[in-house]
Design a protein around this ligand. Structure first.
Ligand code: HEC
Ligand code: HEC
Length: 160
């Protein structure tokens, strides 16, 4: 128990002089990075498939655009889904209204900076294939559009 207490006290939080890292409230972000960005069908400007995009594309990070919804979609065999789209709906249990539709790009990634009202409002994600058919729906709404934060390799967002 004593050893654990010592370890807890020696963490990075105790160091006031360290430069702010990504995510710190005092991380200095270049205002020129605050551009509007939304993925396009067939586009290939994105990168880092599978990673939590909003770790960097956020108010205290280095990525262009403050993403409101972003992530990656996969085929059942684990390769990137290069087509289809992600929709954000108001909760289905309240009737469900379409809020936004974000295309999956050629690398399997989707992203937007469009205001979705998160986290005060919640959204319910729906997945469409290239023909526009619904192939997936999150069973409940989420306050976070940072899909890959939860959809890790254990449970990816799939476009069969
Ligand atoms: C580790 C930080 C980091 C992560 C994680 C990250 N990005 Fe980025 N992203 C950046 C930076 C920095 C740039 C600008 C420099 C560059 O292109 O590498 C960038 C550039 C981009 C661009 C090009 C923007 C433009 O101006 O055209 C897109 C699109 C993009 N990222 C999407 C994503 C998506 C989608 C994800 C998640 C699947 C993601 N990024 C994950 C840091 C990150
Ligand atoms: C806070 C965590 C979290 C976030 C953020 C999140 N999800 Fe989910 N999602 C879950 C969980 C948990 C499940 C249920 C997993 C299960 O059934 O095993 C789920 C289920 C789903 C399903 C149904 C999967 C299936 O096999 O039926 C889809 C589709 C989905 N999410 C899409 C998305 C998309 C797209 C986003 C981003 C807009 C997103 N989710 C954001 C946690 C999250």
């Amino acid at each position: 128990m004593i050893l654990l207490a010592l370890l807890a006290c020696s963490g990075p939080d105790g160091d006031d002089t360290a430069a702010p890292v990504v995510g710190d409230p005092d991380y200095v972000r270049d205002p020129a990075l605050d551009v509007d960005l939304t993925s396009a069908s067939g586009g290939a400007e994105s990168h880092n498939a599978g990673q939590a995009c909003m770790h960097c594309h956020q108010a205290h990070g280095p990525g262009p655009g403050r993403f409101t919804l972003a992530g990656s979609a996969y085929r059942a065999d684990g390769t990137p889904a290069a087509e289809g789209s992600i929709q954000a709906w108001t909760p289905m249990m309240d009737g469900g209204t379409l809020v936004a539709e974000v295309p999956i790009d050629a690398l399997g990634n989707y992203y937007t900076t469009e205001a979705l009202g998160l986290p005060d409002a919640v959204i319910q994600p729906v997945v469409l294939d290239a023909t526009g058919a619904v192939v997936g729906q999150m069973p409940w709404p989420t306050e976070s559009g940072s899909c890959n934060q939860c959809h890790t390799p254990v449970k990816r967002v799939l476009v069969p």
